[in-house]
Design a protein around this ligand. Sequence first.
Ligand code: IYR
Length: 222
Amino acid sequence: MADSKHKFISYHPHTYPPDEMVRRSAAYFTYMDQRRTVRQFSPDPIPPKVLEHVIRTASTAPSGAHKQPWTFCVVSDPALKKEIRVAAEKEEHESYHHRMSESWLRDLEPFATDWHKPFLEKAPSLIVVFKRIYDEDDGTKTNNYYVAESVGIACGFLLAAIYHAGLVALTHTPSPMKFLASILNRPSNEKPFLLIPVGLPADDTMVPDLVRKPLQEIMVRY
Ligand code: IYR
C-alpha cells in the first residue's frame, strides 16, 4: 500500500446495518430536498464563524491529486459589495439585452430574473469562489488537475453546509465574471468560478414552484 516516503494511516468511517443505511439515506434526501435557491435576502448579519465553518466543510471535498485548487473570498464590506453589484449589473445588462439567445431568455422566465442584482448588496456576505488553474511553489508553477470538477464538488459541499447551518444561498454566475478577479485583486492563477450570496431569507421570500425530475428520469440501472 504505502512506501516508506508516503505513509498511509488507518481509517474507520462510520458504518451502519442495512436498515439503518436505508433510514439515514431517506432522511438525508428528505432534508436536502427542502433546500431551495433563494434570491431575496434579509440584511440581518450572520455570525462570521458560520462562514468559516461552511468554508472548512467545502474544503473537505475530494480534489484531483488532493491539490485543493480553490480560494473562497468572503466579501462583507458594503462598499466592496456595491462595487461588485455595479460591475455585475453592467455585464448582466449587456447579457440580457444583447448576449443571451431568445431560447435562453425563455428558459429563464420561470425564475423571473433580469439584469438587476440587488442581492449582491443586500445579502450580508458574498462568497466568491475562485478556481486555481495552477499553483506556484517557490516561484515554480505546479499543476492542478480536474480543477473544475474539484471546485464544483467543493461548491456542492459548501451549499449543503450553508443549508445545514440554517442559511440560504444563491449560486450566481454573472457572465462574464472576470471583473471579480480585478475587484478582489486575485493573482493571475485564480479564475472566478461562482459568486454565492449567503444570508438569512427575507421575510417575504418566494421561490419558483419547481419540480425535481423523478428517479426514473435520472437513474439507469444495468
Ligand atoms: N447570469 C444571469 C442569467 C442566468 C443564467 C442562468 I443558466 C440561470 O440559471 C439564472 C440566471 C443572471 O444571473 O441573471
